[in-house]
Every structure is written in structure tokens, then in C-alpha cells.
Unconditional design. Structure first.
Length: 453
């Protein structure tokens, strides 16, 4: 059995399979470009320097002892021939050679990639925040901007360059963009006074979105709370606006303004991994359509889940039907870790049942709500429909992440990092070593690797 993707869905599917299948029932193989599961909901904390990057990386080898891990990236699929083409990776992500894996059952859980639009300059300049490489790059890049700004002469040209270097434009006011901006703003403002010629008020954040609210996932009331917190802290939030063109030192927005900036953060949503198009089966908004048992209809032996799959949301469908609002369409679960983790568990159970071990059941999960940590004591959360803000929301957010992190040793490391970040002065050191090109969306997320056929 080959599982493509060691994220939330793949990891939890394999945990369930290792638990349910007797040792000789199947050979479990996982193809993933890294040897860890990335706990992405805590990437903003890494970008802000609160958490060590490795502490949100859960070891696949340690946590999946019965699974053979193939460090590589699946790039092609032959469904009738039951083979998978895999690029094996060297350190640094280069391809050392390509191999072929045979499968009897295939689980496709490669997640999503940052959604880019055909906007001039974005592909060449925007940095996503979906991988550890991108998160680490962004932090170092922003600290470097402070260093460069600090040595600029006090001339009109020097002042103009200083403004470009100390202004960050972020696109996307969903949980990714909002958390990244809020946490970065909090941490960078805290350390900026350590540079002789940088004033905390020089560091400027512009958060833009085409949508009319921030954090639409949490509803209008909590969105307004987050918006007020951001504006109180000086973040320039512009709604109903997006990027028209990005250049090296300035960014044109659709409201007719130009923002001098050398940093463009792209958090404008995600789209399913292009790998799923290789199945040749039905897609819904780019996600592979599956039935409630997470099987790809009409393709025996192939399953999918997580961000890459359109999984029917039976709970929402029932709620709609009860309210008489059934419009004939099937709602699908949103692309969140909360669902992907539970998809994985259900998928593992159902694949084991297909192999004669246990009972298959349709996927059904009531959304527990979302949390958003906005840096400092600012946070909003909606657990089980209850609206929370401030320190209580922060406690719920952190408590939830500690509970959901699927490794005790990572939990301890993260908890200690948070404790130390509260007790000790903020760190402002750069590790370096990641060039800007390596942290562009296309390179870091390898979005073009599938196009070669
Ligand atoms: C910054 C950020 C914050 C977030 N915050 C939250 C939050 O607070 N709450 C929440 O519920 N969700 C959050 N999410 C969303 C959540 O991370 C995703 O919904 C979740 O990771 C999806 O799980 P998945 O298993 O489908 O994909 P992933 O967890 O992304 O795993 C996919 C895996 O497949 C690998 N892969 C990709 N392509 C290939 C290939 N061709 N071959 C082999 N392997 C491949 C990837 O490297 C990765 O390891 C956040 C996401 C981000 C980026």
C-alpha cells in the first residue's frame, strides 16, 4: 500500500493502519519529500521566532515504525498499470533519480499548494508560508531588512529605501495571512528598538484582502475583534483590495495606490496539489472527488483525503436538510488540519476494512471551530461555537495545538519554547542560508514539477 503525502491525512491514515493491520497483512510505504509531518498551524510562531522550526516537525520514522519512508515526490501516476513515478530527493531538494513504485492500494493525500493568481510580478517576488523553508526565510529576510535599513544615509534616497525595506505587504486575511502578520508585527516591533536607527514605528505592515472581512472562517463578530486588534497595533488593513502588480521595490494595489515595499507575503488561499489531476477522475474546484468512504469513485483501490480531496460533509448536509435548505449540492469539508487529521483516521479504518480487518464507516465529523493567535495576549477562538477573545482565546488556541500535535516530545518542546518566549527577551538572530529564490512558492512547494508529464 502506497501513501503519497506524510501530512495530517497521510500520517493519521498510517497510524490507523499500523494499529489495525496484523504485521503481515500489508507492506506500508509512504512517499513524502520530508522525513517529518509539518504541524503547519504553528508556522506563524516559527516565522515570528517564538518556536524552533524542528519543534513543529514530527518525525515520521519515529512515529510510524512499521512504515517504509521513501524520501521523494510523486510526479506521475499510471492508474491502469498501478504504478507511481517518484523523484527521489537529495539534501537540498534536488532530484537524485526517478524510480517507480507498484501499488495495490493507493492513498493520495498530497495536500495543497499556495494559490497564485496570474498577477504580474507575483510568481517572481511573493513568498508563501506553507513550508518550514518559507517560514525560516521570511523571518531572516525581515531581520536583514532591519540591518540594511539601519545603515542607510539620512538622505531622500536613503529614507525612501528605508521605507521599502521596513514595509511588509501581506495578501490574504484568512487565518494564515492574519496570524502571520499579527505575530510578525508583534515580535518585530518588540525587537526593532535594538537597531540604532530603526524606530518601532518605522516597521509597517499592510494586510490586504479582496474579501470584506478578516478571518471570515471565524464569523463577523470575531473578525471585527481581530480587525480592531490589528488596527490598534498600527497594521494598515485594507479590504476589498488586492495586488495589481508587484515590482522589486513597490507594489501596486487595485485601489490605485502604490506601497513602497520589498516584502510580499502571499497567503491568499490554497488549491489542491496538481498531482491529483493525474488520476483523470472528477475534480471539484481542483480537489479530487471522493465518496463518504474516501474512495475515488470508479477507480478501484485508490483513496484520497485532506486538502487534496473534496470530501462530502455529511454533518453540514444533514444540518442543511433539517433547515429545509437542501439545494441538491453536496457540501464538502473545508481544507483544515482538523478535518485532514480525521479524514486520515477514517481512511485508515476503511482501507483496513477493505483488507478484511474491521468495519468501514462513512466520514462524519462536526467542526470544532477555529483558533487564531494574534501575538501577545491578542487571540480569537470559536471552540464549539463559543466566541472567545483575549487571554482566554489564547489559552484555548495553545491548548488545542498542544493536544493536536501528534507527538509527546514535540508537545514538550513547543510548550517549553512558549514558556521561554514569555520569560526571556525576544530573539533577533538570523540563521541565514536560504536564498530568496528557494523560498518562492514555485520552488519551495515544487508546483511545476508535475507539468512535465
Ligand atoms: C500557515 C498555516 C496555518 C494553518 N493554520 C491552521 C489552523 O489553525 N487550523 C487548521 O485546522 N488548519 C490550519 N491550516 C491548514 C492545514 O495545515 C491543512 O489543512 C492541513 O495541513 C491539510 O492536511 P493534508 O494532510 O491534506 O496536507 P498536508 O498536511 O499539507 O500534507 C501533505 C503532505 O504531502 C506532501 N506532498 C505534497 N506533494 C507531494 C508529492 N507529489 N509526493 C509526495 N508527497 C507530497 C507534502 O510535502 C506534505 O508533507 C494552516 C495551514 C497553514 C499553511
Amino acid at each position: 500500500m502506497v501513501v503519497v503525502g506524510g501530512g495530517f491525512a497521510g500520517f493519521h491514515a498510517l497510524r490507523a493502519l499500523e494499529k489495525r493491520l496484523p504485521p503481515d497483512a500489508a507492506e506500508l510505504v509512504l512517499v513524502n519529500p520530508t522525513d517529518y509531518l509539518l504541524y503547519s498551524p504553528l508556522l506563524p510562531d516559527v516565522t515570528a521566532g517564538l518556536l524552533e522550526p524542528r519543534h513543529i516537525a514530527v518525525s515520521l520514522r519515529q512515529r510510524l515504525p512499521r512504515t517504509r519512508l521513501v524520501l521523494g515526490r510523486a510526479t506521475g501516476l499510471d492508474v491502469p498499470g498501478r504504478t507511481l513515478r517518484v523523484d527521489l530527493l537529495e539534501d537540498g531538494g534536488t532530484v537524485s533519480r526517478t524510480t517507480q513504485l507498484d501499488w495495490d492500494r493507493l492513498v493520495l493525500v498530497p495536500g495543497s499548494v499556495t494559490r497564485q493568481f496570474d498577477i504580474p510580478g507575483v510568481a517572481e517576488r511573493a513568498h508563501g508560508v506553507k513550508t518550514l523553508v518559507e517560514a525560516r526565510y521570511l523571518r531572516d529576510h525581515l531581520l536583514t531588512q532591519m540591518d540594511r535599513a539601519d545603515v542607510l544615509p539620512d538622505t531622500p534616497e536613503g529614507r525612501a529605501e528605508k521605507e521599502q525595506r521596513l514595509t511588509v505587504v501581506a495578501v490574504g486575511a484568512g487565518y494564515t495571512g492574519t496570524e502571520i502578520v499579527a505575530q510578525l508585527q508583534h515580535q518585530l516591533t518588540a525587537v526593532s528598538s535594538r537597531w540604532e536607527r530603526v524606530d518601532p514605528s518605522d516597521v509597517r505592515f499592510v494586510l490586504i484582502d479582496l474579501a470584506p472581512t478578516v478571518l471570515p472562517e471565524l464569523g463577523p463578530q470575531l473578525g471585527d475583534v481581530a480587525l480592531s486588534a490589528l488596527r490598534r497595533r498600527g497594521v494598515d488593513v485594507r479590504l476589498g483590495v488586492t495586488v495589481k502588480e508587484a515590482r522589486d521595490t513597490e507594489i501596486d494595489l487595485t485601489d490605485g495606490t502604490t506601497v513602497p515595499s520589498r516584502t510580499l507575503i502571499w497567503g491568499a488561499g490554497v488549491t489542491a496539489s496538481p498531482l491529483v489531476t493525474r488520476v483523470g477522475s472528477e475534480l471539484q474546484r481542483g480537489r479530487l472527488v471522493v465518496d463518504p468512504y474516501l474512495r475515488v469513485p470508479g477507480v478501484p483501490g485508490v483513496y484520497a483525503a485532506g486538502d487534496a480531496a473534496a470530501v462530502p460533509d455529511l454533518v453540514v448536509a444533514d444540518q442543511r436538510a433539517a433547515k429545509g435548505g437542501d439545494d441538491g449540492t453536496t457540501p464538502v469539508t473545508p481544507p483544515t488540519a482538523q478535518h485532514a487529521q480525521r479524514h486520515g483516521h477514517a481512511l485508515g479504518r476503511n482501507v483496513a476494512a477493505d483488507l478484511g480487518h474491521g468495519q468501514a464507516r462513512p466520514y462524519r465529523h462536526r467542526d470544532l471551530g477555529l483558533v487564531a493567535d494574534l501575538g501577545g495576549w491578542d487571540a480569537v477562538a470559536k471552540p464549539l461555537g463559543i466566541r472567545l477573545r483575549g487571554p482566554l482565546a489564547k489559552a484555548v488556541a495553545r491548548g488545542y495545538h498542544l493536544y493536536a500535535l501528534p507527538s509527546a516530545s514535540n508537545r514538550v518542546r513547543v510548550a517549553v519554547d512558549w514558556l521561554l518566549a514569555t520569560a526571556l527577551p525576544a530573539q533577533d538572530v538570523q540563521i541565514g542560508a536560504i536564498p530568496s529564490e528557494a523560498a518562492l512558492v514555485a520552488t519551495a512547494q515544487q508546483t511545476e514539477r508535475y507539468l512535465a508529464g
